[in-house]
Design a protein around this ligand. Sequence first.
Ligand code: NAD
Length: 480
Amino acid sequence: MNVSTTATIEPSFRQSVDMMFNRAAALMDLPPGLEEKIRVCNSTYTVRFGVRLRGGVQTFTGYRAVHSEHTEPVKGGIRYAPNVHQDEVEALAALMTYKCALVEAPFGGSKGGLCIDPRHYDADELEKITRRFAYELIKRDLINPSQNVPAPDMGTGEREMAIIADQYARMNTTDINARACVTGKPPHAGGIQGRVEATGRGVQYALQEFFRHPEDVAKANLSGKLDGKRVIVQGLGNVGYHAAHFLSTEDGCKVTHVIERDGAIEDQNGLDIAVLRDWIAKHGGVKDCPFGTYHKDGVAVLEGECDILIPAALEGVINMGNAARIQAPLIIEAANGPITAGADEILRHKGCVIIPDLYANAGGVTVSYFEWVKNLSHIRFGRMQRRQEESRHQLLVDELERLSADTGTGWTLSPNFKQKYLRGAGELELVRSGLDDTMRDAYQSMREVWWSRDDVTDLRTAAFLVAIGRVAAAYQAKGI
Ligand code: NAD
């Protein structure tokens, strides 16, 4: 049994997750054997399939790992990247188990991946490949509304999820819940408002919650609010873009550096994230970008001076090789596994506060949970209540205006107040409210452990303690 909690050489991604797990499990009093049962990945299915493309047949390799089935369905994204491998999907599946437990999404953990660089294929080719991959997983119930529900991850998005849902519906023509077989679909194909932005929005809500607690902020040697904080972001994809965009346009943060595949771009006055994203979409990278100073060595920019560092691209980017040089006092792990177990130890000893991935990027699975519930209930959130809520608010406004007129006080409600108050909550407002509530609650559960136990000095261990405790309770309640 692997019970290591410290790293002397750089561990693999899965070993890193296991070591972080072990660190927390060592502080718990679990029944004999349960710790190992929770830690191990239950199964990983490897598929190799051929697709007729460009006048020949190309063979692709894909994976679907199921880490824990203490609650079903299991849930986790599908990643398209050239270097996807079994160790990676198993690490990501394990993180999904702990993440879902932490934010109380009723799912076990899973993850999938396909070894492919999606930039090398056009939309029609990607559809053919996605359909064939989905077919392999669906026929084995590795995609199924009640058993295994994928979502987007790196290299995939709404389009791939819509194709997977369609493929499932074609193979299960009488399943009334077919749409719930995958989340992250576009709203016109059974998706939910606010899913695309959800993970980045969750990162924003996580930081807002952290900055509501001055004592926590002080642990990172910072003070004040989010306003004016200098931020470095790595990866301006789905997660990184939305986090950077919301933090800079809604919370007053200054995103001074964005690191992409081909280098980094710097503007100490704060980059315009939407404009930068359009540039990257058109030109494929940040090189030659006219909006700031270009740095060829993007990885070195991770070590730059800032208040908040947001790695939002890949795993293992902060490792034993560069951890000692990282200057950020606060790191929020928007990506999965961006800090290796060895680096985590170095950073902890330096006093850096890390808001861990299993909490920080849980916004995606939280809104995926809402989408799954919406698909199973076959009704959009807010459809029954919205107008009723509006008419009750209208009643109150009418009554206040009548009183003002009758008593001759001359009081009037400001148009801004009336407009906001009279508007009933639609799906997007409800999704954001549910996400905010989830991120606040999950932070509180970690924080309680962080502040109440002398043997817990970091948020990651606190998060694992909460998550493992919940998974253990589920196994103990239902039997194994
Ligand atoms: P994405 O494919 O949309 O974006 C990834 C971005 O990182 C791209 O802009 C890409 O160019 C950039 N990138 C790739 N390699 C890089 C490198 N070496 N240096 C700098 N930048 C690089 O992916 P995403 O969905 O935003 O996922 C990013 C991370 O967030 C992953 O770790 C993923 O597992 C995690 N995550 C995603 C979601 C989600 O809902 N999409 C949910 C939870 C966690």
